[in-house]
Design a protein around this ligand. Structure first.
Ligand SMILES: [Zn+2]
Length: 497
């Protein structure tokens, strides 16, 4: 009660007994009945919610995580009545839905069942599902959750983002930059060291999970020795990324007749390493520290490199499992793009369109005949561009790009485009827009014929491709036509001039 009186005197804030509760942990029955009476507070039972988060001493359960799952679902359901393009859905998933979990992820290591449920909601919404009913995904979720340059759509997996956010808290501990970090140092780490602290069962569930991430943090925290006043001689990983104690055990501290609380400055004399030579471990240490520079600056910890500042995004990049870079990503996701065309092209490259040959295999339709009446079977390769109807459309688009050649199978066209449509020069930009528009309008016409029984002649499709590309070029505001004669003729072909 004295503590509350001191707090009232210092801050001018007095607790409202009607709105306050008191919580006990490892307290005897008599004290539990006595204290609420003295304080005039009622006894509360955990877990309760504080600032939207559950206050826990035990492990986070699926039930505790239910409010987060519900918030995800409610946020996604608030948009389902609107008619949204895929590009808009992707934006909402990346920047609005994903932000729902950031607050929770900064505090807890979320359960796999909770993150799975949240990601299921994101996936359903992305592919056009409503509420709890989902449409089937066209591309595997693990592929969707890769960055653009690795062939995905740049959505972050919740688990790795959760770990990256918690790494920030571990980074803050030795720096004592937040109130929470100061409190942890004072009450949880105390006279020990973050890196040597045992992960006992008596610690709270949240703290134990935080400590489990120490190994990941240590591999990326770079200790730079200065005057040696801050780093623990035995327990901080300043020694080629390791702690002396972890390498040689407790014996080495006895050999040096020290108590374990020493700082690095104990073995630095006049800016040079000076270890006592009383055991072979200490002799070896003296030799191995010679290539660790010492400066007259304060000791410093960097993230990933000397003096590096922590960034959650960079931490996420370091801990996630990266894939190979795909050669086509700049062709699809270039800055001057038409989003709906880019997405359609992305699906085409992943061969994700539900063409009739797939539907026939799944037993959903009885015939896979091409909708353009060429007599062939509709497949990805047929649509792009084995079919005479679509081949003519692509030939026309190439001709407008001043390219006159035979049309190749899709795989070879893709390779050719990767090589040709590279860089920021005008013909490459134009080619990227042209292939995106062609693939999009062919797929649109295929769907128009399949589902609406309406037909457009090939000339009309080509006209729409030309209009889309021309409009985009006009809106980019660059004066392409005045560069040279070749660019001038391309601008005329696409109706820009
Ligand atoms: Zn055909």
């Amino acid at each position: 009660m004295q503590g509350l009186s001191d707090f009232k005197a210092a801050s001018g804030l007095s607790p409202n007994a009607q709105k306050s509760s008191i919580f006990f942990c490892n307290t005897g029955r008599s004290a539990r009945s006595c204290i609420p009476h003295l304080a005039q507070f009622r006894e509360g039972i955990l877990p309760v919610r504080y600032l939207g988060l559950p206050l826990l001493t035990k492990r986070l359960t699926k039930q505790d995580g239910a409010p987060l799952v519900e918030r995800f679902l409610a946020r996604a359901n608030s948009w389902v009545s609107k008619s949204l393009s895929f590009a808009r859905r992707l934006q909402l998933v990346k920047y609005s839905l994903a932000s729902v979990e950031v607050f929770w992820s900064s505090m807890f290591l979320l359960l796999a069942s909770v993150t799975n449920e949240c990601e299921r909601t994101m996936r359903r919404f992305l592919w056009g599902g409503r509420g709890l009913c989902g449409k089937s995904s066209k591309v595997n979720w693990s592929q969707v959750c890769k960055p653009f340059h690795e062939g995905g759509l740049g959505i972050k997996r919740m688990r790795s983002w959760n770990e990256a956010l918690l790494l920030k808290e571990i980074w803050n501990l030795p720096h004592q930059r937040s109130l929470w970090a100061k409190w942890c140092n004072l009450h949880l780490i105390r006279k020990h060291n973050l890196w040597s602290l045992h992960n006992w069962g008596s610690h709270s569930w949240v703290w134990r999970h935080m400590l489990k991430l120490r190994d990941i943090a240590r591999t990326h925290m770079v200790y730079e020795c200065g005057r040696g006043e801050l780093f623990s001689l035995w327990y901080d990983p300043w020694f080629h990324g390791n702690c002396i104690h972890a390498l040689y055990g407790h014996r080495v501290i006895y050999d040096e007749r020290m108590n374990g609380n020493e700082k690095l400055k104990e073995v630095i004399v006049n800016g040079r390493w000076s270890w006592p030579q009383t055991s072979w471990e200490l002799i070896e240490t003296q030799q191995r520290v010679q290539n660790i520079p010492v400066s007259s600056q304060p000791d410093c910890i960097g993230w990933h490199k000397k003096g590096g500042a922590f960034s959650t995004k960079q931490a996420w990049q370091l801990i996630r499992r990266a894939s190979d870079i795909v050669p086509w990503w700049k062709m699809v996701w270039c800055s001057k793009r038409i989003p709906k065309h880019s997405f359609c092209l992305w699906l085409t490259i992943h061969r994700a369109h539900k063409t009739k040959d797939k539907l026939l295999n799944w037993g959903l339709i009885s015939s896979a005949r091409c909708v353009f009446h060429c007599g062939g079977t509709e497949s990805m390769d047929h649509l792009f561009f084995e079919c005479p109807y679509t081949r003519n459309i692509w030939r026309d688009a190439l001709r407008r790009c001043n390219i006159h050649r035979n049309i190749l199978p899709w795989v070879e066209e893709e390779e050719w485009l990767e090589a040709y449509a590279k860089g920021d020069y005008f013909p490459a930009i134009l080619m990227r827009l042209a292939v995106g528009a062609t693939v999009y309008h062919i797929w649109l016409e295929r769907n128009r014929r399949c589902f609406r029984n309406r037909f457009l002649p090939g000339d009309e499709i080509s006209k729409r491709i030309r209009e889309d590309v021309g409009r985009k070029l006009k809106f980019t505001g660059d004066d392409y036509g005045n560069d040279n004669d070749r660019h001038h003729s391309l601008c005329i072909n696409w109706g820009v001039l």
